[in-house]
Design a protein around this ligand. Sequence first.
Ligand code: HEC
Length: 82
Amino acid sequence: MKDIIGAGIVFLALSVSAAVAPVFAGDADLCLDCHEPAEDWEGMSAAEIMATAKDADIKRHADNQELSDEQLQVIIAELLQE
Ligand code: HEC
């Protein structure tokens, strides 16, 4: 009986995280169009990535200027997790 309740809780937790995760997935895809975070940003801190993402000297980062600092932070944190 306990096992059934335990399995139920695990299942519930999985479905909740699966439902929440895609909320920012569309934004993170923006960087993934051009980047492979694990390779491109290896050894960089979140702050360095953030600063580079906002670097207007990189012409292909023009779209990034439209994102707020908060949005960028969320995207970068998510990409660094993977
Ligand atoms: C349209 C393509 C494009 C998109 C979209 C893009 N970048 Fe870039 N990014 C570049 C280019 C081009 C460079 C320069 C690469 C080089 O000089 O080797 C670069 C460089 C960087 C670098 C420096 C390290 C490196 O890879 O050279 C970081 C960090 C970075 N981008 C972060 C981001 C983040 C974060 C996002 C999403 C918010 C993003 N980029 C979206 C094209 C893109």
